[in-house]
Design a protein around this ligand. Structure first.
Ligand code: ZN
Length: 161
């Protein structure tokens, strides 16, 4: 298990160093801001939906290694997915990171998360759970936007909080 933890830690550090989809989308249909005042993590997320499909996704901002690698892993996992699939993945991820310390998580529950499974260990550090789930909450906020419109205005809807 400690070898596994080491692998996971490497993966988190690697995503933090070279985050995937770390870009502002010039053309997007939805966007939202995500802020975790407890840690200071602050990101903006852009989505380009094509019907029900997440055709493109990008994020920018700054925060701790957990929040940044989580956003990187999330965006790579859900890019190309349909929204309901992405929501199911969020539920599975959420269930794993909210599992009580001491309660065993079945190995397959972690495996089906793909690279996001690397973040399963945050449940042992309750203060970091918000760091790990921030990108997902920003994604949900973006999806819940009313009247989505494709915009080429980069700062449109950008509301720092
Ligand atoms: Zn954080």
């Amino acid at each position: 298990m400690s070898e596994m933890n080491e692998l996971y830690q490497q993966l988190i550090l690697e995503h933090n160093k070279s985050p995937r989809n770390f870009k502002k989308l010039e053309l997007f249909t939805h966007d939202a801001d995500g802020y975790n005042p407890l840690c200071g993590d602050h990101y903006h997320i852009w989505l380009k939906l094509d019907g029900d499909t997440i055709a493109d996704i990008g994020f920018q901002g700054s925060g701790c290694a957990i929040s940044k690698s989580s956003a990187s892993m999330m965006t790579s996992a859900i890019k190309g997915m349909k929204i309901p699939e992405a929501k199911i993945l969020f539920e599975k991820f959420h269930t794993v990171i909210m599992t009580k310390i001491g309660d065993a998580i079945p190995e397959e529950k972690i495996e089906e998360l793909g690279s996001l499974g690397a973040l399963a260990g945050v449940r042992e550090f309750p203060a970091r759970i918000k760091c790990a789930s921030l990108a997902w909450h920003a994604f949900n906020a973006a999806l819940n936007q009313l009247a989505p419109t494709v915009s080429t205005e980069q700062e449109k809807n950008y509301k720092p909080s």
